[in-house]
Ligand binder design. Structure first.
Ligand SMILES: Nc1ncnc2[nH]cnc12
Ligand SMILES: [Zn+2]
Length: 346
């Protein structure tokens, strides 16, 4: 029997109000068009669109690469530590409204150093915003430095080297950008170095690329979490392994829809993976480009997949805490808050 509208409304409220962690957010993908134009004017950077409306109208993507072209161009307005701080703090304000208690934030240093922006500037702005978010909202966070996989491993090594003075501010490293033709194996040695430094390891895999890339991310890179990973579904044995080993997937439904990984949200395999015991989490990826922050991802996904209910909401939020790289004490605290929110809603 389908739930009456009142139950559904209650579920939407719960999706909004439940405490959650965000584990897949590219901070450059949180740069809203309004701030982009403001920074462009301040910094004298020309954008190839006359105004916010024209820019938003260009956000019609047909695959990952068509998005990445616009996304890297958008990041060109970021020049100073204040710019990075403003962008990152704006993300935290939205995260706080979405009841995010903890965020593990990806950033793409090579997008900035290639334009002559020093890595110190990037770290300074991001770390200032993270400290302010903890003071202002009690949100804890960590930074994950992503290597751009369309560039060489040598360039990734150089980026890691440059980041060493900031080692204490880094939670881990990740791998993003164009997946097809850039398999995890290309970055085996630089991930081994990051591992030896004691950094956490994650990697985008199985977004557009094959399930085989998920296997390589696990076996060759030793990734602890897989970003996206939805194409794992093509390999039933891999899905069983993900479930058995408790490897989390940081799934981003609205991103998958906008980049045409799935034609319709109702065709998304999130519920199937969850039912098969995979530690699925819900995240926003690049919310300024894909039409919604984390709660919007939850709400639209639950609307499109009516088989998802209150127990799944709890499981997805709990998974986000369990899959996060926090201390056992912080994890316990966040799960307690989650339990309290569900007890109150019952
Ligand atoms: N969805 C995505 N996949 C790969 N690289 C990205 N960089 C920003 N968003 C990304
Ligand atoms: Zn991503």
């Amino acid at each position: 029997m389908s739930p009456d509208p009142t139950d559904r409304q209650r579920l939407v409220r719960l999706l909004h109000e439940m405490p959650k962690a965000e584990l897949h957010i590219h901070i450059e993908g949180s740069l809203e068009p309004e701030l982009m134009f403001e920074l462009a004017a301040k910094n004298g950077v020309a954008l190839p669109y006359p105004d916010v409306e024209a820019l938003r109208a260009a956000y019609a993507f047909h695959d990952l690469q068509s998005f990445l072209d616009i996304y890297y161009a958008g990041a060109s307005v970021l020049l100073t530590a204040d710019d990075f701080e403003a962008m990152t703090f704006a993300y935290f304000e939205r995260a706080a409204a979405d009841r995010v208690m903890h965020a593990e934030i990806f950033f793409d240093p090579q997008t900035h150093t290639a334009r002559g922006v020093p890595l110190d500037t990037v770290f300074e702005g991001l770390t200032r915003a993270c400290a302010r978010a903890e003071r202002s909202f009690g949100i804890t966070s960590g930074l994950i430095l992503c290597f751009l996989r369309h560039l060489s491993e040598e360039e990734a090594f150089s980026t890691l080297e440059q980041a060493l003075p900031w080692r204490h501010q880094l939670l881990g490293v990740g791998l993003d950008s164009g997946e097809r033709g850039n398999p995890p194996e290309k970055f085996a040695r630089v991930f081994a170095k990051a591992r030896a430094l004691g950094l956490h390891l994650v990697a985008h895999a199985g977004e557009e690329g094959p399930a085989e890339y998920v296997r390589s991310a696990l076996d060759v890179l030793h990734a602890e979490r897989i970003d996206h990973g939805v194409r794992s579904i093509d390999d039933p044995e891999l899905v069983q392994r993900l479930a058995r080993e408790g490897i989390a997937l940081t799934v981003c439904p609205l991103s998958n829809l906008k980049l045409r990984v799935f034609d319709r949200l109702s065709e998304h395999n999130l519920a199937v993976l969850l039912r098969q015991g995979v530690k699925v989490t819900v995240n926003s990826d690049d919310p300024a480009y894909f039409g919604g922050y984390i709660t919007q991802n939850f709400v639209e996904t639950f609307e499109a997949l009516p088989q998802l209910g209150v127990d799944d909401a709890y499981m997805l939020a709990r998974n986000s805490f369990e899959a996060s790289f926090v201390s056992p004490e912080r994890r316990r605290q966040m799960i307690e808050r989650l339990d309290a929110a569900f007890a109150e809603a019952a």
